[in-house]
Design a protein around this ligand. Sequence first.
Ligand code: JFZ
Length: 465
Amino acid sequence: MKYSILLLFLFLALNLNGQNYQPDWESLDKRPVPQWFEDSKFGIFIHWGVYSVPSWGPTGDSIGVYDKYAEWYWRKMDQPGKVQKYFKEFHLKTYGPDFKYQDFAPMFKAELFDPEQWAELFKESGAKYIVLTSKHHEGFTLWPSAQSWNWNSVDIGPHRDLCGDLTTAVKKQGLHMGFYYSLYEWYNPIYRSDLNSYVDNHMIPQMIDLVIRYTPDILWTDGEWDKPSKEWKSEAFLTWLYNESPVKENIVVNDRWGSETRSKHGGIYTTEYGLIGDKEGIDSSIPHPWEECRGIGTSFGYNRNENLNDYSTPEQLIKLLVSTVSAGGNLLLDIGPDADGTIPVIMQQRLLDIGKWLKINGEAIYGTRAFIMSKKDEAINPETNKTIFFTQKNKDVYVICLDWPKSDIILKGLKPINKTKVQLLGTNISVAVKKAGGNLVITPPVLTPDDNQLAYVFKINSLNF
Ligand code: JFZ
């Protein structure tokens, strides 16, 4: 008896079946991002909640990037600022002065929600992971959270565990399932009056509940900017997540854990419409897994006020995917379902366009890494407007051309060996390759209209580098 207690203590001390991260960033930052994430490259973000009912935001070039987000409807309507007047005007005109944001909740019915159909679409799109808003800044949860009493999708609105139902369907398709979770809540009185109690009795219990109920592979936090990570107790939570939780092996988190953590601490670094706060993009010379997120249009939550020209074209989306992946990042492309549970047809179409391209060209995306050579920019074709991108997998290099090259592609500094072959993905046309000086030269073959694609990939086998 005594002996076994001794053994137990020994086990605990050595933490033999677990990891042993300490509750400080120095230790937590040592955890490698699980490889499945970097290999996946393409995921789908879903912003869905009570805001999907009004589903409205201002559009056009004069409105700032963050001011177009329809999921901010409640806040933008109440908070003095550049766009308050638009939101207020729309709200008053459409719903009248006595209609509160909370009144939208019973109208969020999800009556046509078919999680299996969603998951099939996601699978077809070529995405490898899904991130659903389990709770946005409004505080409404898409699962029966005990902490979100009467402000969740089982008590009002859909009367359904949306997180649970989607998780089951997504996992059945063999995709990774994850959740977005907002640390802060705009109007929660406990958050506003007693942060410590909010964190201990609301936020951390909710995150633990999500992890234990649904064993997600991603926890994508946000709304962190209000407080430093110490106040959110992020280090303590991550220590539990990495050492003890049922998802400790596979879980991927991002860098949104406190006002000071972006691009510094946590897991993957994140950009949003190419931005980090008010700064331009990621510094991709810092080799750290990162992910760009944005909508297909200009909002994350569905915005009925958008027109076709607010949506990216299929060509633009392929360029976004390719340029992100060639800089070592992942793309988390957002869709905003309707409050009735359908995915707007334009979004379905864009996802399927990407899927169709990936079916042929996916090997140039999945499992690749940024192609880094010394003096990389000189090694590639001198292009000012960048229509040629590179990725790499082992000894193979993929040359991804957004436009069909009208003349030879000269790849400076790439050294072919005797068995080096070039193949145009999606065709069985043999592609002429030659060595000229220190360069590799690809002569594009003749194509027919049947070979038309959103972007063309030349695969160079067996390079010597
Ligand atoms: C946040 C959310 O507010 C937004 O609704 C969406 O969920 C997105 C994925 O994440 O957006 C932000 C985050 C940070 C800033 C602006 C918008 N910022 O730093 O200015």
